[in-house]
Design a protein around this ligand. Structure first.
Ligand SMILES: Cc1cc2nc3c(=O)[nH]c(=O)nc-3n(C[C@H](O)[C@H](O)[C@H](O)COP(=O)(O)OP(=O)(O)OC[C@H]3O[C@@H](n4cnc5c(N)ncnc54)[C@H](O)[C@@H]3O)c2cc1C
Length: 234
């Protein structure tokens, strides 16, 4: 396993409490849209065992062609040690990234794709949308539905509707589930879901109730974790 230590180049405030840490892209480091990585802070590997309080899974919210690695996260006043250390970091300081992998690349198989996310989960989908806007091959229509009770919707410059891409934001779980029920009238669509484990369970339940087969539900999970999430709804 290669650990890349790389400096923070820029910190972009996307919304209240929400920041994108733009990291320098190390030579030879690449990734697919939808990738997540292990994002770690100085000292995480000083002892025999890695210090988990200094490591978090994070999606990469940019594409390689943007030239930077974007990590988008919320840091509230009340936060973990990890987030509080991150908030205190300055440009030029190094962070580590390793074990980078995408479970959710855009499937271009002739089916409509629905991207369902909660809050900052939208970060996972930003590169899929950029990739699609550059090349729509194999996906007749792409739709994004994001629920964010703060109403501070992210990446609105990218999530802007076009002829074949539609972006929708709602501010309550109630409206979200009502909208998912309507989207799920497309029995042939692929449904990508990103958010907390509870959000995944609730969304899967809604989709399965509407008769969407589990093979058409795509989660940012390894295969063995997928079974755990999907088996309750069989
Ligand atoms: C594949 C994958 C991809 C992911 N991608 C992303 C991503 O792109 N961006 C992202 O942000 N996360 C992502 N996550 C989740 C991420 O790994 C963290 O679990 C998440 O950001 C929470 O971080 P944290 O544990 O440091 O807690 P925090 O974010 O600090 O806290 C979680 C919640 O608890 C509250 N809280 C924390 N400490 C206190 C306290 N002392 N008192 C009161 N309230 C408190 C906070 O206000 C917050 O509401 C991903 C996870 C996976 C598995």
């Amino acid at each position: 396993m290669h650990i890349y230590w790389t400096p923070i180049q820029q910190i972009v405030k996307e919304a209240p409490d929400t920041y994108t840490f733009q990291l320098e892209r190390p030579d030879g480091f690449t990734w697919e849209e939808g990738a997540h990585t292990h994002f770690a802070l100085e000292g995480f590997n000083k002892e025999d065992k890695p210090n988990r309080s200094l490591i978090r899974h994070m999606s990469i919210s940019t594409l390689p062609r943007e030239g930077v690695i974007g990590i988008t996260t919320r840091i509230k006043d009340e936060c973990s040690t990890f987030k509080s250390l991150l908030r205190g970091m300055e440009l030029g300081e190094n962070v580590a990234i390793f074990k980078t992998h995408s479970n959710v690349p855009l499937k271009r198989v002739g089916k409509n794709v629905y991207l369902l996310s909660a809050g900052v989960g939208l970060a996972t989908f930003r590169p899929l949308v950029l990739d699609y806007l550059a090349n729509g091959e194999g996906v007749p229509h792409l739709h994004s539905l994001n629920v964010d009770s703060s109403q501070n919707y992210l990446f609105e410059n990218v999530f802007t509707s076009t002829d074949t891409f539609t972006a929708e934001f709602v501010d309550s779980r109630g409206r979200y589930h009502e909208t998912v029920k309507t989207l799920a009238e497309d029995m042939d669509g692929l449904y990508y879901v990103v958010g907390s484990d509870d959000f995944l369970r609730e969304t899967i339940a809604t989709l399965r109730e509407r008769g969407i087969p589990r093979e058409q539900i795509v989660l940012d999970k390894h295969d063995f974790q997928m079974d755990e999430f999907l088996k309750h709804n069989d």
